[in-house]
Design a protein around this ligand. Structure first.
Ligand code: GLN
Length: 196
């Protein structure tokens, strides 16, 4: 059975674990460098990127995690997790070693908590299945460079990029762990983890 880790400092940890199990894989909480040896992939959950950054440093997990990702560990960053993985954040180069996805992202760019929203759309990489996307103080992807733009939505008369792939890295600015179904988790497990 495949084992998917969830970075477990803050944010939607329990929700992701449930979806991983629903999708037929084992879920494991990751806090320490040695936890990285027991997983086939990792999810960096939504929450608060400043808090998660602090904990990654405190637990000395930042460098080992960045190294594993650079070596090809499949990783999925949702919302705050997406911010950690972006090359440019709020118009500045991301100082974190995790910031390797070639996109410009802006935190809280759709507005405050009260501007959170849901959006229904078919998703081509999920066989055109209709899904509900949940955005909570979401970051906005302004531009995508050398990676694949997987999903756009039209929001307030603007085209917005909400999912991106760069090799072993999958990024979504919404929260698939908060909606019913586990199609995004199944997609990640089936398409990013190589079977030996
Ligand atoms: N606004 C949060 C941040 O900057 C992300 C919000 C979320 O993950 N839902 O970290």
């Amino acid at each position: 059975m495949k084992t998917v880790g969830v970075l477990a400092f803050q944010g939607s940890v329990i929700e992701h674990k449930k979806k991983i199990n629903e999708a037929g894989a084992d879920a494991r909480e990751v806090r320490h460098p040695e936890d990285l040896n027991a997983i086939d992939a990792i999810i960096l959950p939504g929450g608060e990127s400043t808090c998660i950054t602090r904990m990654l440093n405190e637990f000395q997990l930042m460098e080992p995690l960045a190294q594993k990702i650079q070596q090809g560990l499949p990783v999925w960053g949702t919302c705050a997790g997406a911010i950690l993985l972006s090359r440019n954040v709020d118009g500045q180069p991301n100082p974190l070693p995790l910031g390797i996805v070639d996109i410009d992202i802006e935190r809280n760019s759709y507005g405050s908590q009260l501007d959170s929203f849901q959006y229904q759309t078919p998703v081509s990489f999920l066989d055109n299945r209709q899904v509900n996307l949940i955005f909570i103080r979401a970051p906005r992807i302004h531009s995508v460079h050398t990676c694949e733009n997987l999903l756009n939505i039209e929001w307030k008369q603007q085209q917005e990029i909400v999912a991106v792939k760069q090799n072993n890295i999958f990024i979504t600015t919404f929260h698939p762990e908060l909606d019913s179904g586990c199609t995004f988790h199944r997609y990640f497990i089936d398409n990013y983890i190589k079977t030996p």
